[in-house]
Design a protein around this ligand. Structure first.
Ligand SMILES: [Fe+2]
Length: 297
């Protein structure tokens, strides 16, 4: 029999949680949420008219520039814009050591859009390009049923290599969040935000909004998402070069063309048609090749 006295694990140890990723969770002040909710519903109602039953587009103003322009004109938008920009500057300065003293508020690039999720809506895993930090302001949340936002560990290969269990954990120091993986190293984190809260995170982090489970009648989740970027103070080392507009290069996105069928194969197909032989397409051959169009949010 082994004895407890055989136990030899080192006793003088401390756990060091290294390589953490700062996120920001907070509240915006002095904005009437009820006004914002109604304006969001009104603008997304217009998006619904434009995109009909396309559930990937009919819940958001992301695809409609004129609706996003209307949002910018709304009375509360100025206050939102100023608060979110100042919060961004504080965050990237404090947590990501970014030099910000050369910037004015008007230098910052803010791109925001509204999403009103009803029962059929969800958003698959994605991240945001051309952006430094991204965020979402939860304007209306049903505390019981509302969809969370799920973030993925950017080091997923490590999580798999460590053969993490798929357990769910809570942490007292980070309320309203579910940690999925091991107790101290997680593969995914779900946030269940309170109404009025916002989250801000580095834009490359992959995230999703899973479908709602047991949605009550009239289910509604209203969010304003945003991307933020700032000019970096890097010297231009080619100031003496002659200027050149690159517009002549045009777009590098080429329309998909349907490849010509070689004559020999055309003849073969005609023979098969003549003979009445049914043309079979094996299941592992894609039926169409469609490129992803643009970048989702
Ligand atoms: Fe997103």
């Amino acid at each position: 029999m082994f004895q407890t006295s055989d136990w030899k694990a080192a006793s003088d140890c401390e756990q060091l949680d290294l390589f953490s990723i700062p996120f920001l969770r907070g509240q915006f002040k002095e904005i009437d949420l009820e006004d914002v909710k109604q304006d969001c519903r009104d603008l997304v109602a217009e998006a619904k008219k434009e995109h009909h039953n396309d559930f990937s587009k009919n819940y958001t103003t992301y695809f409609d520039e004129h609706l996003r322009y209307k949002m910018v004109q709304l009375p509360w938008y100025k206050e939102f814009s100023e608060q979110v920009k100042d919060t961004y500057i504080q965050f990237i300065n404090t947590c990501y050591s970014q030099e910000v003293s050369h910037l004015n508020r008007s230098d910052l690039h803010l791109f925001a859009w509204i999403s009103v999720y009803n029962e059929p809506h969800q958003h698959t895993s994605h991240n945001h390009i051309n952006s430094y930090m991204s965020g979402t302001w939860y304007v209306k949340v049903d505390e019981e049923e509302s969809q969370p936002i799920k973030f993925e560990n950017p080091n997923r290969a490590m999580a798999h290599a460590l053969n993490l269990p798929v357990n769910e954990w809570g942490r007292q120091d980070i309320p309203s969040a579910k940690f999925i993986g091991g107790a101290n190293y997680h593969d995914e984190i779900e946030f269940y935000p309170n109404e009025g809260q916002f989250l801000m995170w580095p834009s490359p982090i992959m995230h999703s909004v899973p479908p709602v489970i047991n949605a009550p009648d009239g289910y509604e989740r209203i969010a304003i998402s945003f991307n933020l970027h700032h000019p970096v103070d890097v010297h231009n080392q080619n100031e003496s070069g002659d200027d050149l507009e690159y517009g002549f290069l045009g777009s590098n996105i080429q329309d998909e063309t349907i490849p010509e069928i070689p004559p020999a194969i055309q003849e073969e197909i005609q023979e098969q048609v003549k003979s009445g032989e049914h043309l079979k397409i094996s299941h592992d051959v894609p039926q169409s090749h469609t490129k992803p169009k643009g970048v989702l949010f």
